[in-house]
Design a protein around this ligand. Structure first.
Ligand SMILES: [Zn+2]
Length: 125
């Protein structure tokens, strides 16, 4: 139907995110697969452009891990003093830990979703 491969990849779910707000800053979630593939990267955060780039040409497991990894980068930058920045390896390990915990504990996301709905409702009123 003349659809670019990128668009069908986005339909896998990542495209629904569009925006992630971290530390009050709105980041756009995009998947410039070509750019990332050239550099053999799974993901990349561009702070100046406020973009979190995630390659969706990887396995679903890798896409999720990459997304979490990039979020940890942003949280680290915004919530830790500059002299306490995490190493790439520390970010990598934290991302893998988060991914594994979420895979092994589906009830965690259910709990968060239910609890957060209450918080979001209170915010509205
Ligand atoms: Zn990284």
């Amino acid at each position: 139907m003349g659809m670019k491969p990128n668009q069908s990849n986005l339909d896998k779910g990542l495209g629904k995110l569009k925006i992630v707000v971290i530390g009050g800053v709105r980041f756009q979630v995009i998947n410039p697969s070509a750019v990332l593939s050239d550099n053999q990267l799974h993901g990349q955060t561009v702070f100046k452009a406020k973009e979190i780039r995630v390659s969706t040409e990887d396995s679903p497991e890798q896409v999720i891990t990459t997304f979490i990894h990039e979020i940890i980068h942003v949280i680290t930058k915004f919530y830790l003093p500059p002299d306490q920045d995490l190493t790439e390896d520390q970010v990598e390990q934290l991302g893998k830990g988060w991914f594994q915990m979420l895979v092994d504990s589906p009830q965690v996301l259910e709990f968060l979703s239910t609890s957060l709905k209450r918080i979001w409702k209170e915010r509205e009123s």
